[in-house]
Design a protein around this ligand. Structure first.
Ligand code: ADP
Ligand code: ADP
Ligand code: MG
Length: 640
């Protein structure tokens, strides 16, 4: 490509890697940027050059416009691709690029601004004749007024941050009595994440399906859509599994939605890749008059690969061509849907334990056969930003990879995805692999009967809090074989065959062992040899992987035993690494079991720390803004 010779990617993780792959295919020189925490990250290794832009927190590196522009100048990059998240939807960033004479791979700043605030965007859409969700999206923000509006709209309602994104600052409220607290919490999250606490209120659509349209416009006045994606499988308003096309989508609805999306893009003078998100009322099936504009994402979307799969295009290549002034590669009538594709977002989180973020070193990683950044011979594509040996830190989004499958039919694609997920082996941080595979096995999902409430409704069947015997047994087998003994552990391996408290023979020929599983001591009865279980020795113990689940087991540690059962009484500990964003209590406060005492933010999500004790907060050890690591004692609760 003669026009763009070099590209700086102002992002990290899988999306930075994915963009680099297309740039390389097109012969474009690539420049990565990285924070100090990412010096050894995969995107840095993949790029032709890399520039360090500051300390780990995004606010001091990936989100600092001046540093990125400076890096681009230093590396003589002609263009900047912002990826998604970070600066991708900041009009000021697009402006800064322009001012520096650098091509911004995205729409004009004016289009970002027009769509940036959800309230303003809705006003523009109303004018353009695009249906919007009924609700209040005006200036007034006092609690009493908003509460009245909510009542007028009728519960359930959805409070949304005007500047929101990524599902943050959003609360569904089912009854008036819950409004005040939900509002405060939405505002707080919005203020933290976007520096803007303004909200709007919408009617909560019943049986909602999230269906969005990929649009593309060039600078010559042409605009097309590349059909829909269904992103209804969500948790906390965040997409988990996405597919294209949408199951059960009638042709007339597809046409109407496509036309509405193109109208939306045209109304703001759009250029480049964008996504118009709609919420559809599916209570009586998908209808041409039953969908409403939610927002437009003025950037490449996380789930763009499913569209690439069914349309046979490379959307990053399109972005680069259009930014260089070319016309759209295809016109509407040449775009067709071919087959079906589905994507699963693989996250570093402990799905079985409230989806707590999980950080640490990836000590073992195996992917099934797949291509990356595009599909070719295989039907599996895996876009990832991590390799074996990489550290998953608490500073950024927890997404490790996107696993995308395609097939001639939806069933084929779902089956291929399921098989691929179960072949993935990751030891170290916990992941949502088993959770994802579980979703693919739910009959309602397979049949296409679902809405955005699906995951919540099925949650209890998708998570498993107890360690199953088979896995615990496999852990004992592995430990007995001496796996984990040679590791870097400070506690040497002590053979249970010598220690008299480690096992006992009882009536049958049952052997009982005490082992430590994920930090808790358990007595395990040794079963026959387990199959389909993978063990990985590391960190002085053994990781046992089974159908997407992982446990870490080792022989009990006397030191730790003391801490947990002695001095640690009544201690409220941080369940993961993160930043304290809110203290709900003061020292001396009386608390009841179940109270939310502290809020910790990690990997961009808030997590409430709840006390299991009723009593008095005898000591508080943290202050808002403080960074804590897993196990840090946050507070001490004296019983009574
Ligand atoms: P999408 O449909 O692409 O998920 P969202 O508006 O939900 O759109 O969020 C944008 C994506 O960007 C999400 O996947 C989110 O996790 C990611 N993202 C948002 N903010 C950041 C950030 N600061 N760093 C990295 N990724 C981010
Ligand atoms: P974000 O910018 O965080 O992505 P969106 O406005 O796109 O915010 O909404 C995120 C998700 O919340 C949607 O995908 C949808 O599942 C749900 N949602 C949004 N608005 C409504 C609504 N009015 N009724 C029901 N669900 C909604
Ligand atoms: Mg959205």
């Amino acid at each position: 490509m003669p026009f763009i010779s070099s590209l700086l990617i102002a992002n990290r993780g899988e999306i930075a890697c994915r963009i680099i792959l297309t740039a390389r295919k097109l012969g474009v020189r690539t420049v990565a940027v990285y924070s100090e925490a990412d010096a050894k990250a995969r995107h840095v290794a993949l790029a032709d050059e890399a520039v360090c832009i500051g300390p780990a927190p995004a606010a001091e590196s990936y989100l600092v416009i001046d540093k990125i522009i400076e890096a681009a100048k230093q590396a003589k990059a002609e263009a900047i691709h912002p990826g998604y998240g970070f600066l991708s939807e900041r009009a000021a960033f697009a402006e800064a690029c322009k001012k520096a004479g650098i091509i911004f791979i995205g729409p004009p700043a004016s289009a970002i601004t027009a769509m940036g605030a959800k309230d303003e965007a809705k006003r523009i859409m109303e004018k353009a004749g695009v249906p919007v969700v009924p609700g209040y999206h005006g200036e007034k923000q006092d609690e009493k007024f908003l509460k009245e509006q909510a009542k007028k709209i009728g519960y359930p309602v959805l409070i949304k941050a005007v500047s929101g994104g990524g599902g943050k600052g959003m609360r569904r409220v089912d009854a008036e009595k819950d409004f005040t607290e939900a509002l405060a919490s939405a505002q707080r999250e919005a203020k933290n994440a976007f520096g803007d606490e303004r909200v709007l209120i919408e009617k909560y659509v019943t049986s909602p399906r999230h269906i969005e349209i990929q649009v593309f416009a060039d600078a010559h006045g042409n605009c097309v859509h590349l059909f829909e994606r269904d992103c209804s499988l969500q948790r906390r308003h965040q997409k988990v599994i996405e597919e294209a096309p949408a199951p059960g989508m009638p042709e007339d609805v597809r046409k109407a939605m496509g036309a509405a999306a193109v109208a939306a893009a045209k109304a703001v003078g759009y250029v480049g890749a964008g996504t118009v998100e709609f919420i559809a009322d599916s209570s009586k099936g998908l209808k041409a008059d039953g969908f409403y504009f939610m927002e437009m994402n003025t950037r490449l979307q996380v789930e763009h690969p499913v569209t690439e799969a069914i349309c046979g295009v490379d959307l990053v290549e399109w972005q680069l061509r259009i930014a260089a002034g070319e016309k759209l590669p295809l016109v509407q009538k040449d775009l067709r849907i071919n087959g079906h594709a589905v994507e699963a977002r693989l996250y570093a989180e402990d799905a079985d334990h409230s989806f707590l973020p999980s950080t640490g070193k990836i000590c073992h990683l195996r992917w099934p056969e797949a291509t990356e950044g595009q599909f070719d011979s295989t039907n599996i594509r895996i876009d990832t930003g991590v390799r074996e040996g990489d550290e998953v830190t608490p500073y950024y989004d927890p997404m490790l990879a996107k696993v995308i499958a395609r097939g001639a039919t939806r069933d084929e694609a779902l089956n291929a995805l399921y098989a691929a997920l179960l072949k993935i082996e990751i030891a170290g941080p916990k992941t949502n692999l088993a959770f994802l595979a579980g979703i693919l096995q739910r009959q309602d999902f397979v049949k296409g009967n679902f809405d955005t409430g699906f995951i919540d409704k099925n949650l209890s069947q998708l998570v498993q809090t107890d360690v199953d015997d088979k896995i615990a047994g496999a852990a004992v087998h592995a430990l007995l074989k001496g796996e984990g003994a040679n590791a870097t552990s400070t506690h040497g391996w002590h053979s249970p065959w010598n220690a008299d408290d480690q096992f006992q023979m009882s009536g049958g020929r049952e052997l009982n062992f005490k082992i430590d599983i994920d930090g808790e001591e358990k007595t395990v009865t040794l079963p026959a040899h387990s199959q389909n279980v993978k063990t990985v020795a590391a960190n002085g113990g053994v990781y046992v992987l089974h159908q997407g689940r992982q446990i870490f087991a080792r022989w009990p540690d006397a030191q730790k035993h003391m801490e947990d059962h002695g001095a640690g009484q009544g201690a409220l500990k941080a369940p993961m690494n993160g930043k304290v964003t809110l203290l709900n209590v003061k020292e001396g406060a009386l608390v009841t079991s179940g109270d939310r005492l502290i809020v910790i933010e990690a990997m961009k999500m808030e997590h409430a720390i709840v006390t299991k004790r009723t009593g008095k907060v005898s000591r508080l050890f943290v202050t808002p803004g403080q960074q804590v690591t897993q196990g840090t004692i946050l507070a001490e609760i004296a019983e009574g």
